[in-house]
Design a protein around this ligand. Structure first.
Ligand code: TXA
Ligand code: MG
Length: 327
């Protein structure tokens, strides 16, 4: 059920059920972070492999000490600067955090979301929430309550409707090797913003079989329709003449005779606006029975890096089909 009634969400969570949680990045599929039977339902409903750990959502930085220890100075600087907001920190975990949350690692991912409804809910609960994006594993993340409903229908008792997500792409994930910060996932906070706060940050090296952050899996966030990522849509269109082609462009409008569908992410060329619109546009294109989606690369700076990262994962074909799923 889609609702704005926070009380219904509280009751569902207290009964160890799942809810959809609006955040400023994407909608989450939330459960009590301390209740293994509820957390298991997340992995089952999403068909998410158990090796893929979850993010713990807190209502304020003051709660950090309840879940994490040995917190590096630079992590505190980032929390100060970006929370509430679209930054996730991977820190040494306290021992009472269930292994199911952390995939057995000794670290836990945490963030304080910047969404009034999410914060109000978290404040009313006496436990934090774990929440991966509310989509089946590997598919496009949801940025509206309707997207979540499209995926899970009535299997999800409560879908809290907090409107369209204002940032529209997942949080940026930063972990630490000792005191050295490492970027695990590009996201709604740009690398430049992170580096302005704490200085240079290393990129994690990509590893598909035992991903440190499966946001790093090569295929993820993917539409069902065959998708191509190109430098220049106009030059590519000719290759697909006669096909049902949809285009995803940053600023450019195409002749409707050349394409069946088109999405312009930000006519004025604003990367933040493009990020906000990306997943909703992919959802719409994917629903139109197209043969091909052609997406255009973004300028490789700021949020353009995050947008290119998501589109690259949307086009890759080497998904590991043999991953172990929970029953
Ligand atoms: O914006 C977001 O972060 C959204 C909203 C709902 O908060 N959540 C989200 O969750 O994107 P999910 O599960 O789709 O992505 C979480 C990422 C995964 O790539 C996971 O591997 C990584 O966080 N992660 C979680 N715990 C980790 C840990 N201990 N070490 C490394 N990576 C971790
Ligand atoms: Mg996800």
């Amino acid at each position: 059920m889609i609702t704005k009634n926070i009380q219904l969400a509280i009751e569902a969570l207290q009964n160890n059920q799942l809810i959809a949680l609006p955040t400023e990045t994407v909608y989450g599929l939330a459960a009590n972070a301390y209740e293994e039977s509820a957390i298991k339902k997340i992995f089952e409903l999403k068909k998410r492999p158990l090796y893929n750990p979850l993010i713990v959502h807190l209502h304020s930085q003051n709660q950090l000490e309840q879940v994490a220890k040995d917190i590096p100075e630079k992590a505190l600087m980032l929390a100060e600067k970006f929370w509430p907001g679209s930054l996730t920190l991977v820190l040494k975990k306290k021992s009472h955090i269930p292994d199911l949350v952390t995939a057995g690692k000794d670290t836990v991912a945490v963030r304080v979301p910047q969404h009034l409804m999410a914060l109000a809910l978290l404040e009313l609960l006496d436990f934090p929430l774990v929440a991966p994006s509310a989509n089946p594993f590997g598919s496009i993340s949801p940025t509206s309550a309707a997207h979540v409903y499209g995926y899970f229908k009535e299997e999800l008792p409560v879908i809290l409707d907090g409107g369209d997500c204002s940032n529209g792409v997942e949080s940026t994930i930063v972990g630490f090797n000792g005191d050295t910060p490492i970027l695990y996932r590009h996201g709604a906070v740009s690398v430049e913003e992170i580096e302005d706060c704490i200085g240079p940050i290393e990129l994690i090296t990509h590893n598909d079989t035992s991903p440190d952050a499966p946001g790093m899996l090569s295929r993820h966030y993917a539409p069902k329709t065959e998708t191509h990522l190109v430098e220049n849509i106009k030059e590519t269109l000719g290759q697909f003449s006669g096909k049902r082609v949809g285009v995803l462009s940053f600023t450019e409008l195409f002749n409707p005779q050349d394409v069946v569908a088109q999405e312009i992410l930000s006519p004025k060329g604003d990367l933040k606006e493009a990020a906000r619109n990306l997943y909703a546009a992919l959802h719409r294109l994917d629903a139109q029975n197209l043969e091909i989606i052609i997406a255009e690369k973004f300028p490789n700076k700021g949020l353009g890096i995050t947008l290119n990262d998501r589109l690259q994962r949307a086009v890759k074909k080497n998904i590991n089909e043999k991953m172990v799923f929970t029953k």
